[in-house]
Design a protein around this ligand. Structure first.
Ligand SMILES: C[S@@+](CC[C@H](N)C(=O)[O-])C[C@H]1O[C@@H](n2cnc3c(N)ncnc32)[C@H](O)[C@@H]1O
Length: 352
């Protein structure tokens, strides 16, 4: 039985099939896979700079949010142990790493098997070797186990920048995109769990109403649920169209917002995001070294409520000696330069 060509065979090698890059009409590519220049940042710095200057995020990249504020609150110092629970593109990790060396190290966690190896390679290319930077494909819900397996009793600095990265949202094949049709998937780790299409197909209207309300405060949950629950939507576009068709009296902006909220609610359910966040918040006090600091960046009220409550409880119980009095928001300048920063809320806590 043969699985493929015999490497020892003498037959003429066949020339590899030449595949053309997809063509696009007009000046600017619209489809993700046509953005070959942005997708190869090392070769096309000028294109990247142009996209950034226009306030957009280049394909395949993520711009870290509230970096200055996060560094101020975490104050990483040489020799310290840092954990970035949501490594993503490595934007925050890179800045923290630069401040914990010499002597310190950073452990980066992410569940995404597609983006994590690329991020590891990028940070290695910047000179962060295995002695200062380690990566684990792991859910942050398992932080205590991850720390133990790395031989650590705690961390001095912990960051969690919740939700999905721009690389995940912008790649239609990952199934998060409201704008571009792709399979209705939404898994941060496509190797585990069920895609959003299967979840929707398995739900009854009452359960979907609850899900939309709990995960996105969706005001039209009761009207939408009977139209969407139990149906087999193959693509993100089919689902978005069904939401719009179900609320014909909404103007375009209101309908777009509803589509975004429904997508958010499904994404949270598909990735079990609230359970993971609750587990992380419970694990934080024991995972921080004395004097350790944690910063959490959230992007909607369901996340912020949980962080605020957990930090306040930690302060009451004297686990934390200080927490953020008020939520910290990105500056107008940052929101102008990167509209994806606009919903961000930062909270921090310090252990005694
Ligand atoms: C907003 S991005 C982080 C961006 C990162 N701070 C940067 O500067 O590039 C969130 C990342 O966290 C990951 N993620 C989300 N939930 C997670 C969880 N429960 N455990 C581990 N990683 C998670 C996602 O896969 C995504 O890559």
């Amino acid at each position: 039985m043969s699985d493929g060509p015999d490497p020892a065979s003498n037959s003429e090698p066949t020339a590899p099939l030449h595949r053309r890059r997809p063509r696009y009409s007009g000046k600017n590519p619209r489809r993700f896979e046509q953005k070959y220049k942005e997708l190869d940042p090392a070769l096309h710095a000028a294109t990247i700079a142009k996209v950034l200057a226009s306030g957009k995020t280049p394909a395949g990249m993520h711009r870290p949010i509230m970096v200055t504020e996060i560094l101020e609150t975490l104050a990483p110092r040489p020799g310290e142990i840092a954990v970035d629970c949501t490594l993503g593109y490595g934007g925050h990790a890179r800045e923290i790493l630069a401040r914990v060396v010499p002597g310190g190290r950073l452990l980066g966690l992410d569940v995404d098997p597609i983006e994590q190896p690329k991020t590891e390679a990028r940070l290695r290319a910047l000179g962060f070797g295995p002695e200062v930077f380690a990566v684990q494909r792991s859910n942050f819900a398992g932080l205590p186990r991850v720390l133990a397996s790395a031989g650590l009793t705690g961390a001095d600095v912990i960051l969690a920048d919740l939700g999905v990265s721009s690389m995940q949202i912008d790649d239609p094949s990952r199934g998060f995109s409201v704008k571009h049709a792709g399979p209705l998937d939404m898994r941060m780790n496509p190797q585990r769990g069920k895609p959003a299409s299967a979840l929707l197909a398995s739900l009854r209207p009452e359960a979907l109403t609850r899900l939309l309300t709990d995960n996105a405060d969706e005001p039209y949950a009761a009207a939408l649920a009977p139209l969407l629950a139990g149906r087999a939507f193959a693509t993100t576009a089919e689902l978005a169209n069904a939401i719009r068709a179900g609320l014909p009296r909404l103007n375009k902006d209101a309908a777009d917002l509803t589509v975004r909220r429904v997508f958010q609610a499904l994404r949270i359910a598909v990735n079990d995001e609230f359970s993971a966040l609750d587990a992380l918040l419970r694990a934080l006090p024991a995972s921080l070294n004395p004097g350790g600091r944690v910063a959490m960046l959230t992007f909607h009220s369901g996340e912020d409520r949980r962080v605020k409550k957990a930090f306040a409880a930690g302060l009451r119980e004297s686990v934390y000696v200080a927490i953020a009095d008020e939520v910290i928001r990105p500056s107008p300048a940052e929101c102008g330069a990167n509209p994806r920063a606009a919903p961000a809320k930062l909270r921090w806590a310090r252990k005694g």
